[in-house]
Structure formats: C-alpha cells, structure tokens
Write a protein that binds this ligand. Structure first.
Ligand code: B12
Length: 280
C-alpha cells in the first residue's frame, strides 16, 4: 500500500509516517509515486504501537464521510484486517453506537445501492455484512452500573438482515441494558418464550425492509398478546439508534406517560401516532 494509506491506518499524519520511514522504523520502497510499504509491516507496527506503554491519544473525528469511504473500501475488498484497524482506531474516541450509526450503516447502505445498480454481488454483500458483524461484536461491552432492565433483541420472521439487531444490541448494552441477542428471523412465540424466561421488560424487533417492517408490527402484536405488559418496539427502515435508546429509556422509566410522550415525539413528523401507539 502507499505510505499515505498506511498513515491513515496507523492514525498518524503523513509526515509522521514519513519520519518513521526515514528512521527505518517502517520499511518502505521508493516508487515513482512516493513510498510503498507492505501490509504486514504496517500492521506489525500498528500492533506494536497498540501494545506500547505510551498513552494513546484519543481521536476526534472531523470528517465522517472519509471514515465511511475507508470502511466501505475495506469491506467491499474483503480486507478485514484493514477494516479492523480502522475500527480500532475510531473506537479510541467514538462510542460503538455512533460508529454503528455514522460509519457502518452508511457504508452498508452504499453497498446496497451498488448491489441494486448491479455493481456488487450478493456474495460481496454477505462478506461485508459478516465483517461488520465481527468488528462490532468484538468491541461490544457491558458498562458497569445498575442495569436499566433486561431486553431481548432479534428480527421478525423472514428478516435475514442481521446487522440492525446487532446494532440495537450494542446500543442498548452501551446504555446499560442487559441484552439477550437472538440473532435473526425468529417466530414470535419463540421470542415471547425467551422474554419470559429471562424476565425481559423490553423486546426489540429490527427490520430493514418495508415488508419485514410489516412483519415486525405483526410479530409485536403476537408477542404482546402472549405476554401482556411486555413492551415491544418494532423498527422500520430509516429508524435510528438514537430513537431506539430514547424509547427504551422511556420503557425503563416504565411510566406510561413517558413512553407515550417519547412515542409522540418519535412519530410527530408525519409518521402517524396511531401506528406508533400500536408499537409499544
Ligand atoms: C447486506 C444486505 C443483505 C444481506 C444481509 C446479510 C446479513 N447477514 O445481514 C443479504 C444478501 C442476505 C440480503 C438479502 C436481501 N435483501 Co438486502 N440488503 C443488505 C444491505 C446492503 C445492508 C443491510 C444492512 O446491514 N444495513 C445497515 C443497517 C444497520 O442500517 P439501517 O437499516 O439504517 O439500520 C438502523 C435502524 O435499523 C436502527 N435500528 C435497529 N434496530 C432498531 C429498532 C428500533 C425500534 C429502532 C427505533 C431503530 C433500530 O439501527 C440501525 C443503525 O442506524 C441493505 C442496504 C441498506 N440500505 O440497508 C440491503 C437491503 C435492505 N436489501 C434489500 C433487499 C431487496 C433484499 C432481498 C429481498 C433481496 C432478494 N431479492 O433476495 C433479500 C431479503 C432477505 C430477507 N428475507 O431478509 C433492499 C430492501 C428494499 C426495501 N425497500 O424493502 C435493500 C435496502 C437494498 C436496496 N437498496 O434495495 N441483503
């Protein structure tokens, strides 16, 4: 790869990386276009820096689009190592929920557009999704402190897109929920049974398409009928993790008024309170 690319992966300015080449810290080969370095040397240096004793600077992201571009390029190419290093570097200053919402989701949405345009294969989509799942899962954590409650996350029957439910899981965990993540495509009665088994107060059904958003609504009704008093949130395309966190907090407060007002705020701009009231 070019030295400029290596600097991005190492999280340093180009001049710093160039200095390391001059000092012999990073082996490089001079080419017509500048310096070329090997993937292995860059990643070995990144690992040495990661395990070093020097305090690592927290990063502040100025250009989100550039991060989306980098992740998108890495996951389309199937280059998991580069994607992992980018993710690790961003994690030094950005909560995982924000990484999901501001970097992973837009990169995946772009991949969806390319698939529609016939530029990418289904296999590439699968590979990119699988890489993102591993990146996110590896960084998921449960913060200390009294949990807000117990939640179950999954997708409705027929919904095979797994990332939104994983993102819902990490978002709620970061917000101190104990979450049982059931992966994708589960019948409503199974979800209701698990919710009862683990004493959940909240079930989240994530959906990526218009059809499965309808299936989520239907499953939500079935779960509520099987377990009255259990709150069920059914997502749909265009929803955000910020909305999810706000609604889940309202559930945790378990005051009907706060749930109702959070829903009213959510549905205010043209989504129809009638649908919203049926959602939770
Ligand atoms: C990867 C992918 C696949 C992979 C999935 C692999 C996997 N392991 O997940 C595979 C190849 C299997 C696939 C299959 C299909 N796919 Co597909 N897929 C995608 C793609 C590219 C990415 C999906 C993704 O991860 N998105 C990123 C998510 C995380 O972003 P998000 O939707 O904004 O999610 C946010 C919210 O959901 C929120 N959230 C999560 N949970 C909750 C809960 C609540 C309550 C709230 C408030 C918020 C919330 O958090 C997320 C982060 O902000 C999308 C493109 C896209 N635009 O998403 C198409 C896309 C979803 N797929 C599409 C289609 C058509 C299909 C197929 C029908 C294709 C086919 N003919 O077979 C099948 C359907 C399979 C099925 N039955 O589910 C269409 C859907 C179109 C539509 N309007 O309905 C899309 C949009 C592509 C497109 N541009 O047309 N797909």
């Amino acid at each position: 790869m070019q030295l400029r690319e290596a600097a991005v992966i190492l999280g340093v300015h180009y001049q710093t990386a160039y200095g390391w080449v001059r000092q012999g810290v990073l082996p490089a080969r001079k080419t017509g276009r500048g310096y070329e370095v090997s993937n292995d040397d860059v990643l070995a240096l990144a690992d040495r820096r990661a395990s070093g004793t020097a305090p690592r600077q927290k990063i502040r992201v100025r250009n989100w689009d550039a991060q989306v571009d980098r992740l998108h390029a890495a996951i389309v190419a199937g280059d998991e190592t580069v994607a992992r290093h980018l993710f690790a570097r961003l994690s030094r200053g950005v909560p995982l929920t924000d990484l999901c919402e501001r970097v992973v989701a837009p990169a995946m949405t772009r991949i969806g557009g390319q698939w529609v345009a016939g530029q990418l294969s289904i296999a590439t989509e699968h590979r990119a999704s699988a890489i993102c799942e591993r990146l996110i899962a590896a960084r998921a954590h449960q913060p200390q402190g009294r949990p807000r409650g117990v939640a179950v996350t999954t997708t409705p029957p027929g919904e095979r897109h797994g990332l939104p439910a994983l993102m819902a899981t990490v978002c709620l965990r970061e917000d101190r929920w104990l979450v049982h993540h059931l992966a994708a495509d589960l019948p409503a009665d199974e979800v209701a049974r698990m919710a009862a088994e683990v004493g959940a107060s909240l079930v989240v059904l994530s959906a990526c398409t218009a059809d499965t958003a309808g299936a989520a609504q239907q499953a939500a009704e079935e779960i509520r009928a099987a377990a009255p008093g259990l709150h069920v949130l059914a997502g749909q395309p265009g929803d955000t993790l910020t909305q999810l966190r706000r609604l889940a907090r309202a559930v945790a407060d378990s005051s009907l008024r706060s749930v109702t007002s959070a829903l009213a705020a959510w549905f205010a701009p043209g989504r129809g309170l009638g649908v919203g009231a049926g959602r939770c």
